[in-house]
Design a protein around this ligand. Structure first.
Ligand code: EPZ
Length: 417
């Protein structure tokens, strides 16, 4: 297994490009199943999770051509409605083919995704919504089977905000008869990007980005040509890297508007953040100040930036409270950070982080995608050489992060395993 090694102490500086967003690309590529024809996608990030969704789509009968960050998907022959466990277990987001298949083929069989390191992550709200749209749902031998003689519009109130739940039902409702209203819907930029793509395919979706989304069903969708939005979580991770090292980094090709909560917290921590069109300039400005964080659905502070911020707070002046309200087990990175000398106490869903003057290097273990990126951030400032193991977690959601950080002056390299 690959590992990444970092010699701490380098101040980051220079320009870096932000890649396309994993969490926008996954539902948008799945939506190709909702039409019969060839669609074109550009600025698609080179990630393991993207390879996983493409393998699943080709298993379902789609023809895929890939050239760098451009992908062409022909779904005219995509008539297979079964997504097997072997493919789904690689990536929970595979559940995003459920809505599209049910809408287009009137049947779908998808392996139930298991639990994950950060939480139980059930899909009960996806299934409840599909039932309200008129699907018959069965859970059997670890598979979800859904059939319908034709989906019909309905009013769906989400008990809690769910990103992929909103996306799955928005896709299913697009080809349903009549009007669907999604209440307490997720407002993430990735949900908006999916709605915009579907509307360009001929859908009729209003209100994406607000808590109430209205979808008027249409008989069919056309293929599309679209560009994937920048990855706000990759951008946020690079911004924290600059802040942690007292750096001077300019992020190019990002969407500052999508990073409101992250920018506000960095500024409260005393970091200089300047916005110039699609560029964000992040400059260290003396000791980082402690700030409190509470993760929330968008536009609140993203849970996918919680670990990175905890690492920043571990070397800040003062103590901070970090409350994780989205995933019940998303503090697993704390024990690894403690191995590097951090002073953190957990109480329920809140971590009390007392800043220390210096972290020290150690061999550490990545446990999930965002935790792995954060361990690399810690390695950038730790005294000595840090070894991050199990970086396959990182490759799921970051495109050549060590190369990007290396380009900014970090002493970082990958050892193939
Ligand atoms: C999406 O996951 C993202 N993944 C996650 O990013 C992100 O952390 C999460 O949204 C929250 O922002 C993708 O977009 C592919 P949820 P999702 O449904 O949709 C509970 C990353 O690092 N819930 O919004 O799976 C759930 O357990 C990943 O890139 C139910 O109880 O998250 C959680 O506590 C990690 N029943 C909460 O809702 C359901 O049916 C929010 O989960 C659905 C969700």
């Amino acid at each position: 297994m690959d590992k990444i090694l970092i010699e701490g102490g380098q101040r980051l500086s220079g320009d870096v490009e932000v890649s396309g967003a994993k969490n926008a690309a996954l539902p948008i590529l799945a939506s190709a199943l909702m039409t019969s024809g060839t669609s074109f996608y550009s600025h698609v990030p080179g990630l393991q999770d993207i390879n996983s969704i493409l393998s699943l789509l080709s298993h379902l009968g789609a023809k895929i051509e890939k050239e760098g960050h451009q992908i062409q998907i022909d779904t005219s022959g995509a008539n297979n409605h079964e997504a097997p466990y072997d493919l789904v277990r690689k990536m929970r987001a595979s559940v995003l083919v459920l809505g599209p298949m049910l809408a287009r083929l009137k049947k779908a069989k998808v392996a139930l995704p298991g639990g994950c390191a950060i939480g139980a992550r059930p899909i009960n709200l996806h299934l409840k919504g599909l039932e309200l749209l008129g699907a018959k749902i069965d859970l059997d031998h670890g598979d979800v089977t859904a059939v319908t003689d034709g989906l019909r519009g309905a009013e769906i109130n989400f008990d809690m905000v769910t990103v992929t739940g909103t996306e799955n039902l928005m896709m299913a409702a697009t080809l349903a008869e009549g009007v669907t209203i999604l209440r307490n819907a997720a407002r993430e930029p990735e949900v908006v990007a999916l709605a915009e793509t579907l509307n360009r395919m001929g859908a009729n979706i209003l209100g994406a980005g607000t808590a109430v989304v209205t979808i008027e069903g249409v008989p069919a969708l056309e293929p599309v040509q679209t560009r994937i939005i920048p990855d706000r979580i990759e951008a946020g991770t690079l911004m924290v890297a600059s802040a942690m090292t007292g750096g001077d980094v300019r992020l190019k090709n990002c969407e500052p508007e999508h990073l409101g909560a992250v920018i506000a917290k960095l500024r409260s921590a005393g970091v200089i953040v300047e916005i110039d069109g699609d560029q964000i300039h992040v400059k260290g400005n003396g000791p980082v100040q402690s700030v409190d964080i509470q993760t929330m659905p968008y536009p609140g502070f993203p849970t996918d930036m919680q670990a990175q911020f905890m690492f920043l707070m571990s070397i800040a002046d003062g103590s901070s409270l970090i409350a994780e309200t989205i995933f019940e087990k998303r503090f697993i990175h704390v024990s690894e950070l403690r191995r590097m000398g951090a002073d953190i106490t957990i109480s329920g869903n809140t971590a009390i982080v007392r800043g220390v003057s210096q972290l020290s290097s150690a061999p550490v273990m990545a446990t999930d995608l965002r935790a792995s990126a954060s361990l690399i951030l810690a390695g950038l400032v730790a005294r000595g050489k840090t070894v991050v193991n199990r970086v396959y977690h990182l490759d799921r959601g970051y495109e050549a992060l060590e190369k990007k950080l290396g380009g900014l002056g970090a002493a970082i390299w990958r050892e193939k395993g």
